[in-house]
Unconditional design. Structure first.
Length: 82
């Protein structure tokens, strides 16, 4: 009998992330992967928000790449800024 783990269970079982806590981020924007980590979503979900322009956080584009404003992420998750 196979045991199937859901993605949430895999994330909880994974070792501690290399991302600093959101309170310690000093840059104005973060990458899609980092933003997904802080919002507890998959990076592809954030890319969908960017394409459809319907997510709770709007990215900015820098040379064609997505950059997610740290201030907006903090506001969304309820973390006080630095």
């Amino acid at each position: 009998m196979k045991t199937v783990l859901h993605s949430a269970a895999i994330r909880r079982a994974a070792p501690e992330s290399s991302h600093p806590s959101l309170e310690h981020v000093t840059r104005p924007t973060v990458t899609t992967g980092e933003a997904a980590h802080y919002l507890n979503r998959r990076p592809q979900t954030l890319r969908g928000w960017a394409c459809q322009e319907n997510g709770p956080v709007r990215p900015i584009r820098i040379n064609g790449r997505l950059a997610w404003p740290v201030a907006d992420i903090r506001r969304l998750v309820g973390v006080e800024g630095v």
